[in-house]
Design a protein around this ligand. Structure first.
Ligand SMILES: [Mg+2]
Length: 335
């Protein structure tokens, strides 16, 4: 059900975007045709962003274009996949040329940087909603899963946590921080960096992986459940940015780092036997993951320690529940 007097997808997107050589038929037919290598497995991910739920009206259009592809590429990274192609379903309340230009610019920057081609799309009229389905590849049998963690494996995160949650808390006037810090954390909320190269380098090394979209505890919980294990985290090791450490109390910073969503960092586990190889690999990498704990045999249980003492989150802090912009989030308003 296309609307408008011209084709939005062709006008703003396909004709402006670079295409990979392996795209045989792109937008313009009933479906796309891409060439697949028989030595590879196809990894398919999808993510939706809804205005008023995942972003508010003040979010720049370019940031929305960047982020909707970034969150999909982050899922591909968590699977160890190399991005290849994506399709876009765009539901728009109206044809706003300025918004479409900004949005398609953010999307194009990500698409071209990660060499992931737009191969299909559809526009409908309705409340602003954006869905991307992205496709990536891994060598056969090499996809990173949530289910492979074993007791004794080391737990890593790819980068500082909590910045996006801090930006959101300031936006919603739940916290106040200096302007220069706010600008930095807004960059992290609006323009997250999917850890695509790191994810691919973890193939054959990490025993499990996930990307942190809903908060570390919540997403690590998915690994623990799928792998039937527990975890012990040393909160002294949790990587925190300067805006976090300089403008918040330790408790506020830890709460955000553990429970706020939208960071799109990777959380993964490395067996002791692979640690030497892993250390060599990250010695030369742009992203330096940080070891924050260890997997235990204690099914689904997470033990938090600070300065060698047990530490607990205030009750009710369990991770982002996809109501960030609704009044229902009032109960955990201080996070
Ligand atoms: Mg994910």
């Amino acid at each position: 059900m296309t609307f408008g007097e011209f084709d939005v997808i062709e006008t703003y997107f396909t004709h402006r975007f670079a295409q990979r050589d392996d795209v045989q038929v792109s937008v313009g037919d009933d479906g796309a045709v891409v060439a697949i290598d028989p030595t590879e497995d196809l990894v398919v991910v999808t993510d939706t962003m809804v205005a008023g739920v995942h972003f508010d009206a003040n979010t720049p259009a370019r940031a929305i274009g960047h982020k909707i592809l970034a969150v999909n590429l982050s899922d591909l990274a968590a699977m160890g996949a190399e991005p290849r192609w994506f399709s876009l379903a765009l539901t728009l309340p109206e044809i706003d040329e300025e918004w479409l230009t900004g949005f398609s610019t953010g999307l194009k920057e990500m698409s071209e940087y990660y060499d992931c081609s737009l191969i299909g799309g559809d526009t409908t009229r309705g409340p602003l909603t954006i869905t991307i389905t992205a496709h990536g590849v891994v060598p056969k049998g090499k996809a990173l899963l949530r289910s492979g963690a074993k007791p004794g494996d080391w737990i890593y995160v790819s980068h500082a946590l909590g910045d996006a949650g801090l930006a959101l808390a300031v936006q919603q006037k739940r916290l106040a921080i200096p302007d220069q810090h706010y600008r930095k954390v807004c960059e992290r909320l609006f323009f997250p960096t999917p850890r695509v190269a790191l994810g691919q380098s973890l193939r054959g090394i990490a025993s499990s992986a996930i990307d942190i979209s809903d908060g570390l505890l919540s997403d690590l919980g998915h690994i623990l459940k799928a792998s039937r294990v527990g975890a012990r985290l040393s909160l002294d090791e949790l990587p925190l940015s300067l805006p976090m450490t300089e403008s918040l109390s330790q408790e506020q910073a830890l709460q955000l780092a553990l429970t706020s969503g939208d960071d799109y960092e990777l959380c993964f586990t490395v067996p002791e036997s692979q640690r030497g190889l892993f250390d060599t690999l990250v010695a030369h990498a742009a992203t330096k993951p940080i070891c924050i704990g260890r997997i235990t045999s204690d099914l689904n249980r997470v033990v938090l320690e600070l300065d060698g003492e047990p530490w607990q989150l205030p009750a009710g802090e369990q991770g982002y529940q996809h109501f960030a912009f609704s009044s229902e989030r009032g109960h955990d308003g201080q996070s």
